[in-house]
Ligand binder design. Structure first.
Ligand code: SF4
Length: 284
């Protein structure tokens, strides 16, 4: 399927190109042009989302990320931090960084977004380069990783546990971790936002004999964004290894510059939201 592509892009001025809020955050009044309302309803979440967009805009993959982060934050607030629910509260705290020693995969949109961000932090950029060099050298010893290189690894569930264990042996922390604090906390990837536990911090250590108790999200916005990227690019969902996102981004510059009309992005986003929530209804 070929989608119409924009030639021109008008940079956002006062209003974000795409943003997501909940009904209660919205000023009263009808939805103006450049605004869509969608109801997300499943056994785990029931919420009205207001999606605001600039009608004259085209968006690239990394430009989808701020709206996806807003959506993830809305779900977390509604689901775990609302006073009206009785779910256990996460025990995750600033300074606890055991989960930042694991290998995680992110969507192409977030890989580009992070790579742009990292360019503004010379120390983090250097850690990325050091870590990716260690990982790629170690990859040379593993034929199937070497072949696929930076991505798709998480799609291969047969090898994912083996790869996680292999990565743990390298004893690398996320290059964005500094003094046990995430250097880009407000911009951290969706998979990091959505990883919350209720167990004691020690259970999250890579060498812990106990499994941490992970809080299930109403749905994964990380997965949603991966699927939105795939549908826009007319390809299979792709998972980029976070520590390799910098070299991956440099090796895939063409995809970063491709843009889609905001209405196309909106349709894909709402379709994928519906697809995820409907699959939850069917499973329940
Ligand atoms: S991006 Fe931040 S939160 Fe995520 S693994 Fe890296 S340091 Fe931890």
């Amino acid at each position: 399927m070929t989608r119409k592509k924009c030639i021109q892009y008008t940079a956002p001025q006062n209003k974000a190109a795409l943003s997501i809020t909940t009904k209660k955050d919205r000023a009263s009044g009808s939805c103006p042009p450049g605004c869509a309302v969608t109801h997300v309803s499943s056994p785990f979440v029931n919420i009205e989302l207001i999606i605001s967009y600039r009608t004259d805009t085209c968006l690239s993959l990394p430009e989808l990320v701020p709206a996806a982060q807003q959506l993830s934050d809305i779900l977390l607030t509604e689901h775990f931090f609302s006073d009206s629910n009785s779910l256990p509260k996460p025990t995750c705290r600033k300074g606890c960084s055991h989960c930042c020693k694991y290998l995680v995969g992110i969507s192409p949109a977030e890989a580009y977004y992070l790579a742009e961000l990292v360019e503004t932090y010379p120390d983090a950029r250097q850690r990325f380069l050091n870590n990716s060099s260690v990982i790629l050298q170690a990859c040379d010893q593993l034929a199937y990783i070497h072949e696929s290189r930076f991505s798709h690894l998480e799609q291969d569930s047969k090898n994912s546990e083996f790869i996680s264990n292999w990565y743990s042996e390298l004893k690398l922390s996320c290059p964005l971790l500094e003094n046990d604090v995430c250097k880009v906390y407000n911009h951290r990837p969706l998979v990091c936002r959505e990883h919350l536990t209720t167990s004691q911090p020690q259970a999250c250590r890579p060498d812990s004999p106990n499994e941490p108790e992970i809080l299930p999200m109403p749905f994964s916005v990380a997965e949603l964004l991966m699927n939105v990227c795939a549908e826009l690019e007319n390809s299979m969902p792709e998972s980029i290894l976070l520590p390799l996102s910098l070299p991956w981004s440099h090796a895939n510059t063409t995809r970063k510059t491709q843009k889609w009309p905001v209405k196309t992005v909106l349709n894909v986003l709402i379709n994928q939201l519906n697809r995820i929530t409907q699959s939850q209804v069917l499973k329940a």
